[in-house]
Design a protein around this ligand. Sequence first.
Ligand code: APR
Length: 343
Amino acid sequence: TCDPRESAAAQGGALLSRSGFSFPTNTGPENMKRRKIGLIGAGNIGGELANLAMARQLGDVVLFDIPAKEDFAKGKALDLEQTSTLLGADSSVRGSSNWEDLAGADVLIITAGVPRKPGQSRDDLVGINLPIIQNVAENAKKYCPEAFSIIISNPLDAMVYEYQRRTGFKKEMVAGMAGVLDSARFALFLAREAGVSVKDVRTMVLGGHGDDMVPVLSQCTVNGVPVSQFISQERLDAIVARTRTGGGEIVKLMGTSAYYAPAASAIVMAEAYLNDEKRLLPAAAYLDGQYGYRDFFMGVPVVIGGGGIEQIVEIPLNDDEKKMLEKSAASVQAVVDVVKAKG
Ligand code: APR
């Protein structure tokens, strides 16, 4: 038979009857639950994550922070939930300092930790943020074993390494957010210089989330047209340099680190997972021989879909880019070694 309704029934989906009235097949209360988005850290990035997750109705949002900041998290959540009535979004937003409220989360986005102050490098944060990530990992392991975890806390590549090691979660269910943000910064600078829409600029920034990250110019296009056709090598070099210190530029201006673009970047990754979009994005993923590296997390192109990190994509790099990646990988390895020694 080729009746599409029967094949839908075989897959357990909702059926559309001949009258056009929709009725459920096996959609019991389990299947009808809204998804749960756990945000660990209710600070600057956490708040903006909650705002975007609510406005885009990714699911019900739990904004978590330490007990000393429980009221703060609850207040922020209430403010955002009241915004939802104006935006017409039905997601609930709750503040909490109780991990039990995160039980069964579909996605966890982790910003717990301290951000940079002017003059600090991301690596300077390892001493403070390592025990915080370890604490978060122990709880995530206990309460959210099914979640797709996206780490934002810095130093990013080492924190995501420790988080996966502590939780023992499947490697494909743990990703670090850096490449999407760095690529967005790179794309903005290129679009402005070339005088083209940000929508048409394709960029890829690989390697660690530090000042020796690798903006891959050889893969950079304006909708397929090499970017070198629009911008001189000299200006491209300046844009690469600005991208590498793009986070620091904002820290210098604001006295703390960026939060709008980091939050939007993690939401792109969360949506790719929740909607099984199979998007090709740069993200920190566990490497097991890809690009010649193994046993750490570093930014590479990945495909994110319902299975988490479904593929790691190896793209051709020129000799310069390979060298830059080597340098960046060495920086990541050095911080991972610190983490291994302390852990
Ligand atoms: N569990 C949950 N939350 C925690 C924990 C913990 N164990 N420890 C600290 N936090 C919370 C802090 O109380 C604070 O509210 O994490 C929050 C961090 O918020 P901000 O200080 O505003 O920092 P933010 O700008 O959001 O950056 C967070 O992301 O980009 C990185 O470098 C940045 O590591 C930093 C992180």
